[in-house]
Write a protein that binds this ligand. Structure first.
Ligand SMILES: C[S@@+](CC[C@H](N)C(=O)[O-])C[C@H]1O[C@@H](n2cnc3c(N)ncnc32)[C@H](O)[C@@H]1O
Length: 289
């Protein structure tokens, strides 16, 4: 019998495989993990930037441009291993922060880290799907997340769930990957490369929308757009370049040759898709009406 593997299972498998790189030299006393657990594409400014510099800068960019005031209860979607969650907690000082991620390996680590940092009473992580949020209506003041929504099945459904659990006037802040204006849906070649990229990075095709449709989905879910900043030029070229021989060697050691090649291919393909104008990286802020 053929086993039907759900999309969420595939995403979890993808990130559990990737986590072998972060957890390669895992030290259970210090809870030290590679690249401090950051998993984003990063914000690249200098040719000499290393991955950790870029991912920290992306988080700084998100926080400094967020214009968040009075965060009471934050939901951090697609929190990964939690480095951004602890930074939001420290910066925005909410009464509570809950991180949610589809990969158990991430939330298990993040809960241990919260204990180690002495914040476990206020910062908690749950293993789950951000699309099917199991929280009461209007129970969060803010929802934040770096780079998860493209994976969600679907992002549009997530916007509706987010709209439900946010209070009136609550804010949704996300970084995300959308289609670029040069992508032509009628062009079979464009469609094919998009399918390859979406399959490799485990993204439902339904999430392949351009800026106008993205904004409309948010508005239909009861949000008004505060800003949408396009920062692909700071993200994709640098991330694509970061797959140098040193990084590939390290990935190969942790994940095996074929998987490492797969990750490298996706990294390079994302850089190429951006260069062609087929994809864009956005930082979005929307407010629940
Ligand atoms: C590119 S990583 C970013 C992680 C983290 N935000 C960071 O910047 O380090 C994308 C994350 O989305 C999570 N994710 C994907 N689909 C999800 C879903 N449906 N619900 C919750 N998390 C999901 C993955 O497990 C992964 O941790």
């Amino acid at each position: 019998m053929i086993k039907i593997v759900e999309h969420e299972e595939k995403v979890e498998k993808f990130y559990t495989t990737g986590s072998k790189v972060n957890l390669a030299d895992f030290d259970s006393t210090e809870l030290r993990i590679d690249n401090e657990g950051f998993l984003s594409f990063g914000y690249w400014e200098n040719k000499t930037d290393r991955y950790l510099d870029a991912t920290k800068r992306l988080l700084k960019f998100v926080i400094e441009n967020s214009e968040v005031k009075d965060a009471d209860r934050i939901l951090n979607v697609a929190c990964g291993f939690g480095p951004e969650s602890f930074a939001y907690f420290e910066h925005f000082k909410p009464n509570e922060l809950i991180g949610i991620d589809i990969a158990k390996v991430h939330t298990d680590y993040a809960n241990l880290k919260a204990k180690q940092l002495g914040v476990a009473d206020k910062v908690k992580f749950v293993h789950g799907d951000a699309v099917a949020l199991d929280f009461p209506d209007r129970s969060f003041s803010h929802i934040l997340g770096i780079e998860g929504p493209a994976h969600f099945n679907t992002r549009e459904k997530f916007f509706k769930s987010a709209g439900r659990v946010l209070k009136q006037g609550g804010e949704l802040l996300l970084t995300d990957v959308i289609l670029g204006e040069k992508f032509k849906a009628w062009n079979p070649l464009h469609q094919t490369v998009l399918r390859v990229g979406a399959k490799g990075w485990v993204v439902p095709m339904a999430n392949g929308v351009k800026e106008a449709a993205y904004k409309k989905q948010l508005e239909d879910a009861g949000f008004e757009i505060v800003f949408l900043k396009k920062i692909g030029d700071k993200v994709f070229p640098g991330y694509s370049r970061s797959f140098d021989s040193e990084v590939i060697q390290k990935h190969t050691k942790c994940m095996g040759f074929m998987t490492s090649m797969g990750f490298t291919f996706i990294g390079k393909l994302l850089g190429w898709l951006y260069k062609k104008g087929f994809i864009e990286y956005v930082y979005v802020k929307a407010r629940k009406k």
